[in-house]
Design a protein around this ligand. Structure first.
Ligand SMILES: *Cc1c(COP(=O)(O)O)cnc(C)c1O
Length: 378
């Protein structure tokens, strides 16, 4: 058998949808992107939803529109995808890494306050692998210290925290539609917000910072180019991607249910295996299992790396959960960081293992993964 780590859930509907903009010739951001934004807005409850080229650009747009810049510090978890920290660097600000809670792989909120300085302007909580960060104490802390909050919800479309969709707690929340995420448009992202001024600023900055006032449009007609009162970017999504996104949103309930079912079966089969910790879901949280990530601890029969090699030899693809960003060359060298600076992120870096999980995975495929893994560890 050959079992990939993931496979996007795409079908005839997406194939037909993507052809329509090609036929009409409206290929740049247009009606299909608008429809996709409205579907995500309705589903998450976020009044503002702006499609972007990726979650990385959605995060960057957030920081730029919030005015984060040189001299500022932004708190980020140390165990996340590198993009969470990179966007802080794009703005000339400094990412400050805070360690995680190993039970959830998310920011240890108790450690955040100690890292706040007079320069701290913002915090980027990550809802890693589809599980929410602990938002109530974090938002309380942010209010007390007047920090902006940009949620990295790249993995977390469909994730709730005490009934509220993630990405709607902070100033902005950013989603990814990369092929490894819950739904996909190839590359793609979206930024959620509720403040109208911030929304207008991000909308302008998504498209080169251009603004046409209604008065100007009325007086000069459609030929006039807009003013550019701010620095902007081209972070617009194409209508082909928007069309795919609209179809993916129709399948979201099924995709989420399927992911939960598969995760539940892994939990049941692996929960008692010595040396393996299955994902923990605290009370009041939901998990979308963008990745199903185990911790392979010191007492396991086979260490994580050997396990991954042996599973691959049986045709089963796995991945390290994600990386300890403070140990990646760029950050390690620039800020002189050591593993011990965030020891639990380092441990997760060395011991996490994502198993194959995707909506079209068959029972037979999953049974093969479970039996192979148990055979090595029990
Ligand atoms: C995937 C991911 C990103 C980046 O998303 P892109 O859409 O590929 O830019 C950022 N943060 C986290 C936590 C991710 O998992």
């Amino acid at each position: 058998m050959n079992i990939p780590i993931t496979r996007p859930y795409l079908g005839e509907e997406e194939r037909r949808a993507v052809a329509a903009p090609l036929e009409t010739g409206w290929v740049v951001q247009g009606p299909r992107v608008r429809e996709f934004e409205q579907a995500v807005s309705a589903m998450t409850g976020a009044p503002i939803a702006l499609a972007t080229t990726s979650c990385t650009t959605a995060l960057h747009l957030s920081l730029a529109a919030l005015g984060i810049g040189p001299g500022d510090e932004v708190i980020v978890p140390s165990f996340t995808f590198v993009a969470t920290a990179n966007v802080v660097e794009y703005q000339g600000a400094r990412p400050v890494f805070v360690d995680i809670d190993l039970a959830t792989f998310n920011l240890d909120v108790a450690q955040v306050e100690r890292r706040i300085t007079p320069r701290t302007r913002a915090v980027i909580p990550v809802h890693l692998f589809g599980l929410s960060a602990d938002m109530a104490p974090l938002m309380e802390l942010a209010r007390r210290h007047n920090l902006r909050v940009v949620e990295d919800a790249a993995c977390a479309l469909g994730t709730t925290y005490h009934g509220q969709h993630v990405g709607t707690f902070g100033d902005t929340g950013c989603l990814s539609f990369h092929a490894r995420k819950i739904i996909t448009t190839g590359e793609g992202g979206m930024v959620l917000a509720s403040d109208a001024d911030l929304g207008r600023r991000m909308e302008a900055m998504r498209s080169h910072g251009g603004v046409v006032s209604d008065l100007e449009r009325h007086q000069k007609g459609a030929f006039a180019l807009p003013d550019h009162p701010m620095l902007g970017y081209n972070y617009r999504m194409t209508d082909m991607q928007g069309a795919v996104g609209v179809e993916q949103m129709k399948k979201l309930d099924y995709i989420l249910a399927r992911r939960r079912d598969l995760a539940c079966r892994y939990d049941d089969a692996l929960g008692e295996v010595p040396g393996v910790a299955t994902p923990h879901v605290p009370q009041g949280y939901t998990h979308t299992y963008q990745s199903y990530v185990l911790l392979v601890t010191e007492d396991a029969q086979v260490p994580r790396d050997d396990l991954a090699v042996r599973l691959q030899a049986k045709g089963i693809s796995t991945r390290q959960g994600t990386h300890a960003v403070h140990l990646l060359g760029y950050y390690r060298q620039k800020y002189n960081l050591k593993p011990q600076d965030c020891p639990r992120a380092w441990q997760a870096h060395c011991q996490s293992l994502a198993l194959p999980l995707f909506p079209a995975m068959t029972d037979e495929e999953q049974a093969y993964v479970i039996d192979s893994l148990r055979g090595m560890l029990v």
